[in-house]
Design a protein around this ligand. Structure first.
Ligand code: UDP
Ligand code: MG
Length: 340
């Protein structure tokens, strides 16, 4: 009798411990948005009647976001917090959230309310149909500059062309993943992480749901141009060798042009410039020599830089530092479950 009661109690306990749905949100200086964000996530998930958790990852915020999170956790223990020792970046914050999340389905969403939490039930519906990954695809982007829209459009098309992972155009990190996908992702510990590429790379059945991307609720973007370029480089170098191979193509092209130029020089010399006064002189000019040497020097430096990009990334991998350092957690196990 007591035993069955105890057993039932244990089951209840594990039910509380193992939510069906986890929502992971990276947070970097979003204090004014957090209360409304949590409210909207809870309002979207509560009607589904299943246990859920909201894992907020504080990525070294300096605006009091942590205090807001602690308060939110105390009011509703379903809101959990992973607190980083410093800022590790958006992609790493998502990784940590995924590491700590325990749900059968894990949704990743920005905490600035650009991704409407009301879309999560739609993603869940697709997941229940048997999809491993459900992307939220932005049909419209409000409140973003034409520059951001144009560069994003260019980048996603470029990366589709030059890599063999087919990242759906116009998807961010807003998506829902099945436990199987999450466990696979957790085994990939590379440092320069391009999560939206990695989650496509793992395969499984994938589909998309369209949504309208809202403007930021408060504050400003944490992706200035320099960070956007770094991020784009991480995406390209993670999935393509094309930049390295370009050196070979360029080499062949320039060698071919030089051959033609050499032939032209020989012919002009032997024929004495076909009697044209300038034709011979053109090849003796200092300027043309200087320009061609500088041109090649420039190209060589560019490719040296490209090799450096890959080399630096290899260096980061071999150092095998942890991806992130957690200072403390609220409502979660100290150590996340690792699949490796
Ligand atoms: N973010 C983060 N760490 C960072 C930068 C951003 O955790 O170093 C979070 C940020 O709080 C937001 C999400 O990542 O929830 C997306 O960032 P942001 O809105 O600035 O990017 P954008 O939407 O402008 O591309
Ligand atoms: Mg944003």
């Amino acid at each position: 009798m007591i035993d069955t009661q105890l057993a039932r109690h244990r089951v209840a306990e594990t039910n509380v411990a193992r939510p069906v749905v986890s929502v992971v949100a990276p947070v970097y200086n979003e204090a004014p948005t957090l209360p409304l964000f949590c409210e909207r996530v809870i309002a979207a998930l509560e009607p589904l009647g299943e246990p859920f958790e909201l894992v907020l990852v504080n990525d070294g915020s300096r605006d009091g976001s942590l205090d807001v999170m602690v308060e939110l956790h105390e009011r509703d223990p379903r809101i959990k917090v992973v607190n980083f020792s410093r800022n590790f970046g958006h992609q790493v914050a998502i990784t940590a959230g995924i590491d700590y999340a325990r749900g059968d389905a894990v949704a990743v969403i920005d905490s600035d309310l650009q991704d409407p939490p009301e879309v999560i039930p739609e993603l869940l519906a697709k997941w229940r149909e048997g999809y491993g990954i459900v992307f939220a695809q932005r049909a419209e982007r409000e409140g973003e500059t034409w520059f951001k829209k144009a560069t994003a459009a260019f980048f996603y098309r470029l990366i589709r062309r030059i890599t063999n992972v087919n990242i759906p155009v116009d998807t961010g990190d807003f998506r829902l993943m099945d436990r199987k996908v999450v466990d696979t992702l957790k085994r990939m510990r590379e440092h320069h992480r391009f999560m939206r590429g990695l989650s496509v790379w793992v395969g499984f059945k994938q589909t998309g749901v369209e949504y309208r991307r809202a403007p930021r609720h408060a504050g400003e973007t944490k992706y200035p141009l320099s960070k956007m370029i770094r991020f784009a480089l991480d995406g390209i170098t993670s999935f393509s060798y094309l930049p390295l191979q370009l050196a070979t193509y360029f080499g062949f092209l320039i060698a071919a042009i030089s051959m033609l130029a050499l032939l032209a020089v020989i012919v002009l010399r032997l024929s004495n410039g076909f009697g044209l006064a300038d034709a011979q002189g053109a090849f003796y000019g200092q300027a043309s020599t200087l320009v061609s040497v500088l041109f090649l020097g420039g190209i060589q430096l560019i490719f040296l830089g490209i090799m450096g990009e890959y080399l630096g990334r290899i260096y980061d991998e071999v150092k095998r530092r942890p991806l992130y350092i957690v200072s403390d957690v609220l409502g979660l196990d100290e150590q996340p479950e690792r699949t490796t």
